[in-house]
Design a protein around this ligand. Structure first.
Ligand SMILES: Cc1cc2nc3c(=O)[nH]c(=O)nc-3n(C[C@H](O)[C@H](O)[C@H](O)COP(=O)(O)O)c2cc1C
Length: 179
């Protein structure tokens, strides 16, 4: 069984990106385990602290290092990724580099009609930096727009075409992981 981690790109209780990862955890439980990693509990990155990070930072990095793959769910904040997600990635780019060579799938959910397209573009660029150097699944963009209307009361995506597209992206990601 593949052991994946899902990075929650926002830090508030109502995050639809967390909901999306929880939906994926349930829907694909027969194909992989998905452990959600929160970004909101990490301290603000400082070079003063990089050689003695908190336990939360160490746990976050070690979980990524031990995983077979990483799914990052990003919202879009002011046309880019949220500060908490950038902060988490900065912690993974200094002293220890758990994302280097790691195969990453990006998904994203936003209120707007563009569904994180700009944030996902930035995230690809960030993950290509020398300190991160992740391998990002090419050719697949799972964009969930109008996010607050997409889930039912128990957190299931309601649109069957959306679920079918997510299934296809996940199939491509699993092939990428196994290649
Ligand atoms: C500070 C801030 C900036 C935002 N900027 C954008 C944006 O640029 N594009 C967009 O589609 N939505 C934007 N939104 C709305 C988000 O899409 C919405 O809050 C969405 O639910 C975020 O994902 P989440 O549910 O995981 O928090 C913004 C929200 C906040 C709080």
């Amino acid at each position: 069984m593949l052991n994946l981690v899902g990075i929650v790109g926002n830090n508030w209780s109502g995050s639809t990106n967390r909901q999306l990862l929880q939906f994926m955890k349930t829907r694909y439980a027969a194909q992989f385990s998905l452990t959600l990693l929160e970004t909101g509990q990490l301290p603000l990155f400082s070079q003063d602290d990089e050689t003695h990070p908190t336990e939360a930072v160490q746990h976050f990095r070690h979980a990524i290092a031990a995983a077979d793959g990483v799914i990052i769910a990003t919202p879009e904040h002011n046309h880019s990724i949220p500060a908490v997600l950038k902060n988490a990635l900065d912690w993974c780019s200094r002293v220890e580099h758990p994302l280097t060579g790691k195969k990453v799938m990006i998904v994203g959910s936003a209120l707007g009609p563009m569904g994180t397209v700009r944030a996902q573009g930035h995230l690809r660029q960030i993950l290509d930096s020398p300190g991160l150097a992740a391998q990002v699944l090419p050719g697949n963009e799972f964009l969930l727009s109008k996010a607050h209307d997409q889930f039912d009361a128990v957190g299931t995506l309601t649109n069957q075409a959306t679920i079918k597209f997510l299934d296809e992206c996940v199939t491509h990601y699993l092939a990428f992981l196994n290649a």
